[in-house]
Design a protein around this ligand. Structure first.
Ligand SMILES: [Zn+2]
Length: 286
C-alpha cells in the first residue's frame, strides 16, 4: 500500500531546512518534486524544485530581493524614465525646430537671392535704358514750351527741389545721373516733383550719391522722413533696419543691402514713411 511519505528513491526530506535564503515548507508537487518555500529575507512565498534545492542553486525569485542596488534603481526608474523621455522629447523638438529654421533660412536665402537678382536687373535697366516706371508729372503733360522757356522752367524747378531737399548732394555724379535719366526717358520739362521721383527711383537702386549721415546723436531730431533723401548708412558695418515684411505683414530686419535694393515705393511701404509736411500737396507715388 502506498504511504503518505513520498521520499522514496533516495530523495531527502527537506522540510524545515533553510537552503540559501529559502525556508523549505511542504511538498506542493510530486512530478516534478517541488517544495513550498518562504524567503527569510523578503518573506516572499514561492515554490522551488527539489533538484534545485538539493544542489543549492535555488534562490528567492522575489523581484529585487536582497539586491539593494537593483531595488534602488527600480525605485528610481519612473523618474528616470520620465527624465529620459523628456530628454528625448526635447531633442526631438530641437531637431524639428532646427529643421524648420533651416528650411525658412533656405527659403529666405532663395527669396533674397531672387529679389536681389530682380533688383540688379531693374537697376541695370534704369541705369541704361528707358524706365517704363518713370514718374510722369500730370502738371507738365501737354505743356508747350520753347526750348528757352523749358530751360528757364527747369532751372527754377531744380532750385525749388534743392531748396526742398537741402541735404541732397548736388554732386557731378548725381547731376549726370539725373540728366542722363531724363534724356533716356525723353523728359524735357522737369518739375521739382519729377526730380524728386527720379532721385527716389535712382537712389533706391544705389545709382546716386547719398547724403552723408550725420552721426551727431539726436542733436536735431528730424520731424519727418523725407523720402527723396532717405539717408542710407554707408559705413561698412552691416546695419539692421526694422521694417514691414510686405509678404507676411510682420516686422522684420532688413540689411543695408536689402534697403538699397528697394524701389522708392517699396521703401516707403516697408518703412511706412509719412509724407513730409514740406511736400504738402505733392505726390510721391509714381
Ligand atoms: Zn526573498
Amino acid at each position: 500500500m502506498a504511504t503518505q511519505r513520498v521520499f522514496t528513491g533516495g530523495q531527502a526530506d527537506l522540510s524545515g531546512q533553510t537552503i540559501n535564503e529559502l525556508l523549505v515548507g511542504d511538498v506542493v508537487s510530486r512530478h516534478p518534486l517541488k517544495w513550498s518555500t518562504i524567503c527569510m529575507r523578503c518573506l516572499a512565498a514561492s515554490t522551488a524544485l527539489h533538484s534545485k534545492l538539493s544542489d543549492r542553486s535555488a534562490r528567492c525569485l522575489g523581484a529585487g530581493c536582497g539586491r539593494d542596488t537593483i531595488r534602488e534603481v527600480l525605485a528610481e526608474t519612473p523618474a528616470k524614465v520620465r527624465r529620459q523621455q523628456a530628454e528625448k522629447d526635447e531633442a526631438q523638438r530641437r531637431e524639428v525646430e532646427a529643421t524648420a529654421a533651416a528650411r525658412i533660412q533656405k527659403a529666405e536665402a532663395e527669396f533674397t537671392d531672387a529679389a536681389s537678382k530682380l533688383a540688379r536687373t531693374i537697376r541695370e535697366r534704369i541705369a541704361t535704358q528707358r524706365d517704363h516706371d518713370a514718374y510722369i508729372d500730370p502738371a507738365t503733360l501737354g505743356i508747350n514750351m520753347t526750348q528757352a522757356e523749358a530751360e528757364a522752367f527747369n532751372k527754377r524747378e531744380a532750385a525749388l527741389f534743392v531748396k526742398q531737399n537741402p541735404s541732397f548732394p548736388v554732386t557731378d555724379r548725381n547731376l549726370k545721373a539725373l540728366g542722363d535719366y531724363f534724356d533716356r526717358n525723353l523728359i524735357r520739362i522737369v518739375s521739382a516733383k519729377i526730380i524728386a521721383a527720379a532721385v527716389t527711383r535712382l537712389g533706391s537702386y544705389g545709382l546716386l550719391d547719398q547724403p552723408e549721415v550725420k552721426t551727431t546723436p539726436k542733436a536735431q531730431p528730424r520731424p519727418y522722413v523725407n523720402l527723396s533723401v532717405a539717408p542710407l548708412p554707408e559705413d561698412d558695418e552691416p546695419r539692421k533696419h526694422v521694417g514691414l515684411d510686405l509678404l507676411t505683414g510682420e516686422e522684420r530686419e532688413f540689411t543695408n543691402f536689402q534697403v538699397e535694393q528697394m524701389s522708392g515705393s517699396e521703401f516707403s511701404r516697408v518703412f511706412r514713411l509719412k509724407r513730409s509736411p514740406a511736400a504738402d500737396g505733392k505726390e510721391w507715388a509714381r
